[in-house]
Design a binder for this molecule. Sequence first.
Ligand SMILES: [Fe+2]
Ligand SMILES: [Fe+2]
Length: 186
Amino acid sequence: MIQAADFAADAQIETVPAELMAEPLDWFFAEHYRHRQLCRLVERLARSDVFDGACLATVIAFLRHDLPLHVLDEEEDLFPLLRRRAAPEDDIERILGMLTDDHGGDRDRVGHLLRGLEKAGAEGMPPSREAGLRALLLEFVALERRHVALENAIVIPIARLRLKPQDLQDLSHRMAARRRSVAHPD
Ligand SMILES: [Fe+2]
Ligand SMILES: [Fe+2]
């Protein structure tokens, strides 16, 4: 028999050990695995007719904190480094342009999603009950899965090929500093 505690555990997204940041490209890959876990939970919210507060809280926290940090890691650190190091035949500019467009579109989409999910949470209502929110959740899942697949298939392999040891070290330090400044804003 499934216990309530099992159900709540099933609504978690695994954390990545902070030490992995020393290997920043492995870190990105692990983060993308967490994004896939997020997509699974968002899909559950879109399709389930049962109110699942644990799942809702996990998704809201991830969209509010984890996802924006990841986008900053890419937009402010990984992508600029790649632009500097990629060879012309990598055709990286076109890919990075598409991914940056995705990030821009996500800002509005995620803002809408968060407002809808928070309202559903406050009312104790399954988000699937509202057709507009349900469609937005499923749209987010489809776009996010495509986005992560593109980054894993193209961006990370090119980064492994082109970034230099010093680049990786700088990347690692900048990502760690970003998390320290979020934890201690002063
Ligand atoms: Fe991204
Ligand atoms: Fe990413």
